[in-house]
Design a protein around this ligand. Structure first.
Ligand code: TXA
Ligand code: MG
Length: 317
């Protein structure tokens, strides 16, 4: 493919990005969580292109992005619980897995044979403007090669996908920094992926904490495979001090750490910096290198951070 355009975050950039999407081309764009690799969800060739550009296995379904609840209700069937969740957390970093509506008009590759569809209404103003101007639902996995570290800047997107997509809309760094929470409403509601909306926040609307399906052998969010977010270097977790040759990534006070997720021990800051720090640590470690990461508490966004770190440290296929 040709060179990937870097589009500016203004009316002209948004118009160009929307025109490309409507023509079936692939455009990466910022959301408040991570950058998405967008393609029109109704155009089968565009959706096929997403899988090709990422090297993503075809059995791993995609999240569809729409600007509001009304657009979401045209694609999926909402009950009272799903609507309450949407009203509480949309626009924002929550993805709902819901029954696919008959006649929704999505490429069958989106759902990869599942009777459900994952839907998200992002809050980022550029994502909102792009979705409204495009006028089509937009499928968007994270804009990284499959299994690698997710992107939170346009440079991260270009590092992995330059030449494989038409354009990236450059909106600067993403504020949340970890992907959306994926929830399957129901009794009980199931947390398929911890993310930008915390389990504690969900419990306030659900009246109960969602359960975590932990069957790693048959993951319910099929993309939730053990090894993911993988740097080139080996990763050791819960490291209270570095061993010889390790690049130590701190959280809170960690004298001698090469990098820090948050020197003040702030989980919001750690989430926002996570993927950039992993990329930097990987460069410092070099080929065959080793990264050690300080413990991060399991509260609030810490659940999502530890989930990503666990997959980054998992044995590679
Ligand atoms: O924050 C986010 O969610 C970002 C931004 C770009 O919106 N997107 C993202 O997409 O993280 P991706 O493709 O990297 O992760 C989507 C996850 C995968 O694990 C996939 O298996 C799961 O959502 N998923 C998609 N459709 C599903 C479905 N119908 N049922 C269960 N899981 C589904
Ligand atoms: Mg991803």
């Amino acid at each position: 493919m040709n060179t990937t355009l870097r589009l500016s975050p203004d009316a002209a950039g948004i118009a160009r990005a929307a025109a490309l999407l409507r023509a079936g081309a692939l455009v990466a764009f910022p959301t408040e969580t991570v950058y998405g690799l967008g393609g029109a969800a109704t155009i089968d060739a565009a959706v096929r292109g997403i899988y090709e550009a990422k090297g993503r296995p075809g059995h791993n379904p995609l999240i569809v992005h729409v600007p509001d609840l009304a657009a979401a209700e045209r694609l999926a069937v909402f009950d009272d619980q799903a609507r309450a969740l949407a009203r509480a957390f949309w626009p924002g970093p929550l993805t709902l897995v819901l029954p696919l509506r008959t006649g929704a008009g999505l490429s069958p590759r989106i759902t990869a044979g599942h009777p459900t569809v994952a839907i998200r209404v992002p809050a980022h103003p550029l994502a909102q403007a792009l979705l409204r101007e495009t006028g089509l639902p937009v499928a968007a996995p994270s804009a990284n090669p499959s299994g690698k570290i997710s992107p939170t800047t346009a440079d991260h997107v270009l590092d992995g996908l330059s030449g494989r997509i038409a354009a990236v809309l450059d909106g600067g760094p993403c504020a949340v920094g970890v992907e959306s929470t994926i929830l399957a409403p129901g009794t009980p509601p199931r947390l398929l992926r911890p993310g930008g909306v915390t389990a504690e926040d969900l419990a306030r609307v659900l009246g109960t904490l969602p359960i975590r399906p932990e069957d790693a052998a048959r993951p319910e969010a099929p993309g939730q495979l053990a090894s993911h977010y993988a740097p080139e270097a080996a990763v050791r977790l819960n490291a209270t001090a570095p061993q010889t040759g390790e690049i130590w990534v701190g959280f809170g006070p960690c004298a001698g750490a090469a990098l820090s997720l948050s020197e003040s021990g702030n989980l919001d800051e750690a989430a926002a910096r996570l993927f950039d720090v992993l990329r930097r640590a990987d460069r410092l470690a070099g080929p065959g290198g080793r990264i050690a990461i300080a413990p991060v508490p399991m509260t609030g966004l810490g659940l999502a951070i530890n989930d990503r770190l666990g997959r980054a440290a998992a044995p590679r296929p």
